[in-house]
Write a protein that binds this ligand. Sequence first.
Ligand code: NI
Length: 169
Amino acid sequence: MIHPIVKYGDPVLETPAKLVDAFDAEFQTLIADMFESMYAANGVGLAAPQLGISRRVAVIDVSNGKTAEAKIVCANPEIVHAEGEQREEEGCLSVPGFRGHVARPQYVTVRAQDSSGKEFEMRGEGLLARAFCHEIDHLNGVLFITHLSMLKRDLIKRKIRKLKKAGDW
Ligand code: NI
């Protein structure tokens, strides 16, 4: 089922999410809903708090649904290694319409559990490394705008306040 994506301003986005401790049917439904909602919004990653659910799980597909093997489920993920640096424009489905340059590692190795609870390690480069960092940030209650300059961040926040007043957020 496609769910609406929670936008900046909702406290769930700035609250560290709780550990996933049950890989049951309810959890499988959550993952399916997360993929569906992410594809519907044309995103490459989505974290559970973005559906209003404070759980440490994210889904990623940097192929935009073109390759089945590109579908990644990360439950309770942790970055165990990072190297290099990339500086690219980044956006977020919870901060629609705004983008900014964020420095991220070029390579990231993540340790996580899959949808069945099995532990795995995966190394990502470029966009995938960026997605891992962005989604794990979400699980820690951190949005990409936190990484922007104060000037740029305040500009975005001001524009969002205006949109909210106008009822467009
Ligand atoms: Ni995001």
